[in-house]
Design a protein. Structure first.
Length: 268
C-alpha cells in the first residue's frame, strides 16, 4: 500500500508541475481518477473535455456531465464525428490513430484558446503491452499521460479510486464502439447504433463487463466466464437473441474464451 500511495504522490507532483491542464475525459475508470486528482491538485486550472460522437454511448456522456457537475469541474463538450475522418469508416489497422489525432488536435486548440498549458489523457501502464496506435498520436502531439508517468496500472487505479470514494472504482472497462469491428469491415452509424443497443441490453440485464463484437452479420458476445451460466438460461438467451435479431444481427454467438480486452487485435 505504501508503494501505491507513493505512486499517487508521484502523480500529484507530476500534475502540480504541469501547472494547468485539459483532461480528455470519457467518464471511464482511468480518466475519472485522473480528472479528480488533477482538479484536487490544480483546482480551476484543470478542466475536462469530452467528445460527443456516434461511437460514444449517450450513457457515458451523461455520466461525464454528471460527474463534472457534482465535482464543480468545468466541462466542455466537443463534437468529434469520426466517420467524417478520411479513411476511418474503412476500419484500417491505424483507425485509432486517425481518431485520436483528430480529437487531440481539437482539444489542444481548446487548451491554447483557454491559456492552459497542457492536454492529458488517461492511459495507464497496462496499455503499454497491447496494440495501441492511438498512443502514437499522443506522442506526436505531445499529449501528456500522467497515469503512465506515475507507473499506475488499472488495478491500482481502481484501488485508489475506491479509496477516494469514486463510484467508477468497479465500473466496467470501456473502449469506443468502433473497436467492436473486425479490421477492414466498414463502420457505419447504423452498425454503431446496433452495437450500442446490444451492449446496453446486456448491461440492463445485469452483466458487468460486456462486448458485442461484429463480424459481418454475426454478433460475438464477450462477457466474464463467471456469467456464462446465467446468459445461457432460456429466459435470458432466447429474448436476447430475439432482440439482437431485431437489431439486424443474423447470428448471435457467445465467445467461450470470455471477455478479453482488445480481442480484435488477434486478427492483426
Amino acid at each position: 500500500m505504501d508503494e501505491l500511495h507513493e505512486k499517487k504522490q508521484r502523480l500529484e507532483k507530476y500534475l502540480r508541475e504541469l501547472g494547468s491542464v485539459v483532461i480528455a475525459f470519457s467518464s471511464g475508470v482511468d480518466s475519472t481518477f485522473l480528472l479528480k486528482t488533477a482538479h484536487d491538485v490544480l483546482g480551476d486550472k484543470a478542466i475536462a473535455v469530452t467528445a460527443r460522437s456516434c461511437s460514444f454511448p449517450k450513457r457515458e456522456l451523461n455520466e461525464a456531465k454528471a460527474f463534472c457537475e457534482a465535482e464543480g469541474i468545468e466541462h466542455i463538450i466537443v463534437e468529434s464525428e469520426e466517420l467524417s475522418i478520411e479513411g476511418f469508416s474503412r476500419n484500417p489497422k491505424n483507425r485509432c490513430y486517425l481518431c485520436k489525432r483528430e480529437l487531440f488536435t481539437k482539444i489542444l486548440d481548446i487548451a491554447n484558446k483557454r491559456g492552459l498549458r497542457y492536454v492529458a489523457e488517461g492511459s495507464n501502464t497496462d496499455d503499454n503491452g497491447d496494440y495501441r496506435p492511438g498512443l502514437a498520436a499522443v506522442a506526436e502531439l505531445e499529449v501528456k499521460s500522467p497515469l503512465r508517468e506515475a507507473g499506475l496500472n488499472k488495478d491500482e487505479i481502481r484501488r485508489l479510486s475506491k479509496e477516494a470514494g469514486l463510484l467508477t472504482w468497479d465500473k466496467q472497462s470501456f473502449a469506443c464502439l468502433a473497436s467492436r469491428f473486425v479490421y477492414g469491415e466498414t463502420i457505419t452509424e447504423e452498425k454503431l447504433g446496433m452495437v450500442d443497443k446490444a451492449e446496453q441490453r446486456l448491461l440492463d440485464l445485469g452483466f458487468h463487463q460486456v462486448r458485442v463484437r461484429v463480424h459481418g452479420n454475426m454478433a460475438r458476445i464477450e462477457i466474464e466466464r463467471s456469467e456464462f451460466e446465467r446468459i445461457i438460461r432460456p429466459e435470458i438467451s432466447e429474448p436476447l437473441c430475439e432482440y439482437l435479431s431485431e437489431l439486424g444481427f443474423v447470428y448471435v454467438t457467445l465467445d467461450l474464451g470470455g471477455y478479453k480486452m482488445g480481442s480484435m487485435n488477434k486478427t492483426l
